[in-house]
Ligand binder design. Structure first.
Ligand code: LMR
Length: 394
């Protein structure tokens, strides 16, 4: 039977991590997978998370199952972080999942069950795994224009023009903040326009928010999500705690689903729980419990917010450093957008050949589409990267 299997396309981001590990050059630089790293290249455990973990170790007295949709305390804490007071909690169904990817999967399966004919609209470009999961689940999808390759900014006119083709009942997937892979984000006026257009079209928004707090701060990064939540009868959200709590391997994510009223929300809740049961039964609890403890304890929360802010402002400094270094190496403003972008990524606008030359000749690893992880930069490697980029584009 297994003889029938055909090789599947490798995930480009994860494949790159493998290539980087195998590279024996001591000068190699990793700007690939979206994992936060400090100046020494280490991915630290956040202070508040470590303290919560210690408390949990001392106080946890059972490892029995939680409930199928996960712990209610986690639901409440995460709903407050993501949605604040934008929506009546009676209309909200929540479900803990293994990471943000688990939440995306659960949302898409639920959407497919609710409306097998829906077309899911995704930004061009989007995170590669969005497309992979959509294909895996056999869900129709279309791309809407999003990024202008020449300016490396949002092509908002193109975006609005393509969203004019959305049909009633379609789903529109938007990145809540810190767009992956481009780093180019909607401003508040643009979010308002998108919200009005999608309302007019009768579409259902689906927000993937994986980097809240990495862009313009916890509340600013949730602006679009909360705006849509306050306006739409129905909406789906997949949120990840991997990055903003730094608990990548704990696999902690959540589905937040808004239904038209409390009765409909009960059915949505049952469906989300059913999806968990079919796919993996109970969700992992360790990371979710740490998140709940950090968010519910004022001292832990203050420390978490302070450290998240250090991470965010540190990435802004690195953005500026790289933009400046590229300006002086290339003698042009071509890469000025790096300082304007927000979040963990920017797409540099290099060709695939240039990206491969950076990898082969300079041991600098970035995703094929020239996406870089800003947290992979530091004061030592920025001048090296700027020189190398200038040399491959000359
Ligand atoms: C990324 O885009 O690099 C991250 O979201 C990690 C991943 O799983 O792809």
């Amino acid at each position: 039977m297994l003889n029938n299997l055909k090789p599947l396309p490798a995930d480009k981001i994860l494949m790159l991590s493998g290539l980087f590990r195998a590279d024996e050059r001591s000068t190699k630089i990793d700007l690939g997978v979206g994992v936060y790293k400090d100046a020494s290249g280490h991915t630290p455990i956040m202070r508040a998370v470590k303290k919560a973990e210690k408390q949990l170790w001392e106080t946890e007295d059972t490892k029995t199952y939680t409930s199928l949709p996960g712990d209610a305390g986690f639901h409440k804490a995460m709903a407050d972080v993501v949605l604040a007071d934008s929506v009546d909690r009676a209309r909200l169904a929540c479900c803990a999942t293994p990471g943000g990817t688990g939440a995306i999967h659960n949302v898409l399966e639920t959407i497919k069950m609710a409306n097998p004919d829906t077309t899911v609209w995704v930004s061009n470009p989007t995170w590669g795994n969005h497309l992979s999961i959509l294909k895996h689940l056999g869900i129709k999808f279309e791309a809407y224009d999003y990024f202008d390759d020449d300016t490396c900014a949002i092509d908002f006119t193109g975006m609005i023009a393509s969203l004019q083709n959305v049909q009633a009942g379609d789903t529109v997937l938007l990145h809540g903040c810190c767009h992956n892979p481009t780093g180019a984000n909607l401003n508040q006026t643009q979010w308002n326009q998108v919200a009005d257009l999608l309302l007019e079209k009768g579409a259902t928004p689906f927000i993937d928010i994986a980097y809240q707090g990495f862009g313009d701060g916890l509340d600013n990064d949730a602006y679009g999500t909360r705006l849509l939540a306050s306006k739409f009868d129905e909406m789906m959200i997949a949120a990840s705690c991997s990055k903003n709590f730094g608990i990548y391997r704990e696999r902690t994510g959540i589905v937040l689903a808004i239904s038209a009223d409390a009765d409909a929300a009960k059915i949505t809740q049952g469906t989300l729980s059913y999806m968990n049961r079919q796919n993996f039964s109970f969700p992992p609890d360790h990371g979710a419990r740490l998140v709940t403890m950090v968010l519910s304890d004022p001292a832990l929360r203050a420390d978490w917010e302070a450290e998240l802010e250090e991470v965010r402002s540190g990435m802004l400094v690195l953005r500026q450093l790289l933009a400046d270094a590229l300006r002086s190496e290339t003698g042009s403003d071509r890469f000025g957008f790096i300082a304007e972008h927000r979040g963990m990524f920017s797409r540099l606008g290099l060709t695939k050949d240039q990206v491969l030359e950076l990898r082969d000749t300079h041991a600098i690893y970035m995703v094929d589409d020239s996406r870089i992880n800003i947290a992979g930069l530091n004061r030592k490697n920025v001048p090296i990267i700027a020189k190398a980029v200038a040399s491959v584009i000359s």
